[in-house]
Design a binder for this molecule. Structure first.
Ligand code: ADP
Ligand code: ASP
Ligand code: MG
Length: 415
């Protein structure tokens, strides 16, 4: 007997038949004697529809009301899941964020979880009930509904698992695990049986949307084992956990574990800014004060010793604000012009093996050079190398890199 959290994503609850299928999995666990808390997403496409409605109502809408609208998709699926479970003879009750309660800060649209009260849920579970929780939502210190950022139901699930001291958190989705890269773009992508929190965190934060970044962070901090599984097929899935040490350690330890991409980047270049001390601070200081996150940065060498070009990336969502802000400060920064490019993608190779192996970045650069893909910006960290390229070459580059690092399924040991 175990206590588990089962989370079903949008495609897994897309209509009543799929909710029935998901409920069948819940029932199986209950029949096996497990205590089960279920977290549901909105039906697939529903959150996008709600976001569009809000934007159409007013482009400069109140963020608190955005959350009131956008959180509603999960209320529907939580209620439907509870009804269908009851119909199957399983005792079930739905809960919204405020009923748990799941406390967040007041940053509407991307609130952070502060505290989850597990008492009520644990009581219900011990009485043999299934608790069905609406994902993606919480309640702010002002007692208003908040949402956790897109993909946030994963984080609800892990936070609940930590709060109710669950043995594991199962994430059911439309792929049967975490792959070496997005299997929808690279057909030769290979399923990873076990991945460390650290690598999963890096892959998620570099764009692999199979798990929301914060959910991985939370799982790592609270030692929650996470299984990523298909809701449609009975297959083993991927375990996200701490690194295995000792005799059981994984032998296939590749230098590169996976490759992620992020289309949500936009590039800004300030042409001919003064090459003098303090220039970076005067560009990036105000951006950070306006809560605009700058990701990759490159400052070109200055041919004349007086001016230089500064190139950096921000998210698509912050792009307009960033450009407007820089245009407003043209006199102060004294650049010649702003070049902007939204048609870029960041590709990142990730692996803990990079700590002990040289040449990982070089292999990336040559694989891209062989295909004449131009690298616009590079950034590295201890277990990751990222490049920014034109979005037109996303598929070509991803497949080439996947092959170059020996990740293709046909080359795997299991094949
Ligand atoms: P859900 O609605 O269940 O939360 P998501 O759409 O958020 O599902 O995440 C699953 C999707 O993540 C997959 O359909 C896949 O296209 C994408 N994905 C991106 N990178 C990876 C990866 N490395 N492994 C598996 N899936 C990935
Ligand atoms: N429904 C929300 C979204 O689409 C949360 C989630 O599915 O995880 O972003
Ligand atoms: Mg998701």
């Amino acid at each position: 007997m175990a206590r588990i959290v089962q989370k079903f994503g949008g495609t897994s609850v897309a209509d009543l038949d799929r909710i029935r299928n998901a409920a069948g999995r819940v029932k199986r666990a209950v029949d096996a004697g497990d205590q089960v808390a279920v977290v549901v997403s909105a039906m697939s496409g529903e959150t996008n529809r709600l976001v569009d409605l809000v934007r159409a109502a007013s482009p400069l809408h109140d963020a608190r009301e955005y959350d009131a609208v956008v959180a509603s998709g999960e209320q529907v699926t939580a209620g439907l899941m509870a009804i269908i479970l009851q119909e199957m003879g399983v005792q079930a009750r739905s809960f919204l964020g405020w009923q748990i309660p799941l406390h967040t800060d007041g940053l509407h649209g991307r609130a952070r979880i502060m505290d989850v009260e597990g008492g009520l849920l644990m009581e219900r579970l011990e009485q043999g009930q299934v608790a069905v929780i609406a994902g993606f939502q919480g309640v702010s210190p002002e007692n208003r509904i908040t949402t956790l950022g897109r993909g946030g139901s994963d984080t609800t699930a892990v936070a609940l698992a930590a709060a109710i001291k669950a043995d594991r958190c199962e994430i059911y989705t439309d792929v049967d695990g975490v792959y070496t890269t997005d299997p929808r773009i690279v057909p030769k992508a290979r399923k990873i049986n076990r991945i460390t929190y650290e690598e999963m965190l890096e892959l998620a934060s570099q764009g692999a949307k199979v798990l929301q970044t914060r959910s991985v962070e939370m799982a790592m901090n609270h030692n929650v084992p996470v299984m990523v599984l298909s809701s449609f097929e009975d297959k083993p899935g991927t375990l996200v956990a701490h690194e295995e040490v000792g005799e059981n350690a994984d032998m296939e330890n590749e230098v590169v574990t996976g490759i992620a991409y992020d289309k949500n980047e936009a590039k800004i270049t300030l042409v001919n800014v003064a090459d003098q001390p303090g220039i970076a601070a005067s560009i990036f200081g105000p951006l950070s004060e306006a809560e605009i996150n700058v990701d990759m940065i490159v400052q070109n060498v200055s041919p004349d010793g007086e001016t230089t070009n500064m190139t950096f990336t921000v998210t698509e969502a912050d792009f307009d604000r960033a450009v407007a802000m820089l245009e407003g400060r043209k006199d102060e920064l004294q650049y010649q012009q702003i070049l902007a490019d939204r048609n870029v993608v960041k590709i990142s190779v990730v692996g803990v093996g990079m700590r002990s192996h040289a040449g990982v970045a070089q292999r990336m650069f040559s694989a891209l050079a062989e295909r004449s893909v131009n690298i616009q910006v590079i950034s590295t960290s201890e277990i990751k190398v990222s490049v920014l390229i034109s979005e037109d070459y996303l598929e070509l580059a991803l497949r080439a890199l996947h092959t170059a690092y020996g990740l293709d399924a046909t080359e795997s040991l299991e094949a």
